[in-house]
Write a protein that binds this ligand. Sequence first.
Ligand SMILES: Nc1ncnc2c1ncn2[C@@H]1O[C@H](COP(=O)(O)OP(=O)(O)OP(=O)(O)O)[C@@H](O)[C@H]1O
Ligand SMILES: Cc1ncc(COP(=O)(O)O)c(N)n1
Length: 271
Amino acid sequence: MISLTIAGSDSGGGAGIQADIKTFQELGVFGTTVITALTDQNTKGVHGVFKVTPQFVQQQLSSVLEDFSIKSIKTGMLYSAEIIEAAAAVLREQKIPLVLDPVMIAKGGEKLLQNSAVEALIEQLLPLTTICTPNIPEAEVLTGMSIKDSKDMERAARSILQMGSDWVVIKGGHTGEKDAVDRVYGHDAAFTMTTPRKKTDHTHGTGCTFSAAITANIAKGYTIPEAIIEAKKFVHLAISYPLFIGSGKGPTNHFAFNQQKGVCEVVVNEA
Ligand SMILES: Nc1ncnc2c1ncn2[C@@H]1O[C@H](COP(=O)(O)OP(=O)(O)OP(=O)(O)O)[C@@H](O)[C@H]1O
Ligand SMILES: Cc1ncc(COP(=O)(O)O)c(N)n1
């Protein structure tokens, strides 16, 4: 099984391309990569961004796709409208399932997607998307809605479905809820996934890890709901057993899922 991630490099190893290939590897999937930008980053924040030219992003993508039998693709930090356009031009010619993690702002507040790129993301990538995985601030930017409660989350998800994604997962990392509740919507299905919210500062790269696990699970042949629920287990265990490395917001633990033999209770309810 081979998957592809199109994302930015995190020199600190907790998010971006590095989180993605660690997650693929732990789930038994061979990872290939298209790098959109290098970040000079550690657990204290993003200190600089060095972007790759759109043409070279496209070259990497074409090289990977013409040689490997890629079973699933994810996108993370795409940075600019030009990079999105370059990637979309190649992806449009494929029918490979696409997980779009609409990465916009790092946990430390630094911009990972230019404001001018949001329209390109919506117009060029959402129509090609199998699963879109926004956190709440990202869902607000995509839809222009203000999200305050679960009704708003459903309205925002339905609006993103209308934009062309087959499934939407509104992640609950940023709510004030006692539990970490993610809400999943398809055109004919809706369910919630609940785990206890962990009191921890070691959440750097949670979104990347979650979307990479979904992508790997799709490559392994899981159905979309199974791929999403199993990915919730992966990220919950990664958050539950921190590595305590770095002096800022530490990375999640990509080893934990296999160390704990995948044992994690996720409560799934119809929404
Ligand atoms: N403290 C926590 N305890 C348990 N689960 C959490 C916690 N924080 C986030 N999660 C889970 O981690 C996953 C990623 O959600 P989150 O909202 O943090 O993504 P994100 O903000 O996109 O992450 P990133 O900042 O890395 O881009 C979701 O399944 C969410 O429920
Ligand atoms: C290259 C890259 N991609 C994504 C993130 C988001 O992760 P987080 O929100 O946890 O900082 C990041 N910090 N760096």
